[in-house]
Design a protein. Structure first.
Length: 368
């Protein structure tokens, strides 16, 4: 027999006497905190601690609280809200700016039509799919923006089952369930490799992100095809899981090989910056110890990042990077979703936004 807290029993009893569902007042009574604190925690607003947020959400699940968003829509069948629940660490915006600008662009387009963007980061695919089920059951959102397509991804089919319209940033969806807007990653990789090859680099390492992500696999495939076509020398493809520490460890290991890479391509700017810092420390020590080689920073391997931000500009050496207008990308994805919500026929995948390679010191001053 399960044991339940007296507070939980009292809260449910109070709700039953009122003939109503469990409310914020009942959660507040269960935890002994104010109703306003519960509201802040439920809506992930500042003003309460992370521990309080966690306790409130656990109590809400325990008591069977369900949000009444549909009632808040003043009788309309629309919530005027678009859901966005990417699998991301809670502090991702502190490390990577692309998603922040993507969301800002999406919100700008959505707000012109009266829609808001509900952001709910998830720590796992299981949590993300649970959120979609909760949103559909509570009529919380009108549609969803998907990112980071995976191999054998269950999300498009799930959203179709739940009746939630969606578009995919990336892709394409191999089952063509959701329309998508993507950047041609094969051309991006070719652009980066052509730049490095013209500088004389033939020993190149690609430190990718996650082997389960469609775009990482697409870039790895393009990397292999280009190097075979050009007949380049030693090549490496490694997966970091987007962890800066993992990127540093892999970079250090590769540099210790008998014939190390003379150029590195990183999945994003945080991986590149973390590795450059480690390489800098090694090269400065070597220069100070009189190790025969060119002096720092001319003894650095070339470095390219697949994401561009102020980190690339402010690092030393500044990092050559692939620049994509994340805000414009987010706006175009949102506009595609608005077409879906208007009932227009939208299907298949569209490739947009040819990126630019911003050449900076990390490839200008490095040579093989």
């Amino acid at each position: 027999m399960s044991r339940r807290s007296g507070g939980a029993q009292q809260a449910e009893s109070a709700a039953a006497k009122r003939g109503s569902r469990v409310g914020l007042k009942d959660i507040a009574a269960e935890l002994g905190i104010s109703q306003s604190a519960v509201s802040l925690a439920i809506n992930d607003k500042p003003g309460v601690s992370e521990e309080t947020k966690r306790n409130v959400k656990e109590a809400a699940i325990r008591l069977g609280w369900v949000p009444t968003y549909a009632a808040q829509a003043l009788g309309s069948s629309k919530t005027m809200t678009v859901g966005f629940a990417p699998m991301r660490p809670r502090n991702d915006f502190q490390d990577e700016s692309f998603m922040l600008h993507f969301m800002a662009g999406a919100q700008t387009s959505l707000s012109r039509k009266g829609y808001g963007l509900l952001y709910r980061p998830c720590l796992s695919l299981e949590e993300e799919t649970r959120i979609y089920r909760d949103w559909a059951r509570g009529k919380r959102v009108d549609a969803v923006i998907l990112v980071d397509l995976r191999t054998e991804d269950p999300r498009p089919a799930l959203l179709r089952e739940l009746g939630l319209p969606a578009v995919l940033a990336g892709g394409p969806d191999p089952d063509n369930i959701v329309p998508s807007l993507s950047i041609d990653d094969s051309r991006v990789m070719e652009m980066v490799l052509t730049h490095l090859n013209l500088l004389g680099h033939s020993h190149i390492a690609y430190l990718s992100g996650d082997a389960s992500l469609d775009y990482c696999l697409s870039r790895a495939k393009a990397f292999e095809e280009f190097t075979v076509r050009r007949g380049l020398g030693l090549l490496w493809i490694e997966y970091t899981g987007f962890g800066p520490n993992q990127a540093v460890e892999i970079t250090q290991r590769l540099l210790g090989e008998e014939e190390p890479p003379t150029a590195f391509i990183f999945e994003n700017e945080t991986l590149a910056a973390a590795s450059i810092r480690m390489i800098t420390e090694i090269k400065v020590r070597q220069s100070a110890a009189g190790v025969p080689s060119r002096s720092y920073p001319y003894n650095m391997p070339a470095t390219v990042s697949f994401e561009d931000s102020f980190i690339c500009e402010k690092s030393y050496p500044s990092i050559t990077a692939v620049h994509r207008d994340a805000g414009e990308y987010g706006a175009k994805v949102a506009n595609l979703l608005l077409k879906v919500l208007r009932g227009e026929q939208v299907s298949g995948n569209r490739r947009i936004l040819p990126p630019q390679l911003i050449v900076r010191e990390s490839t200008r001053i490095a040579s093989p």
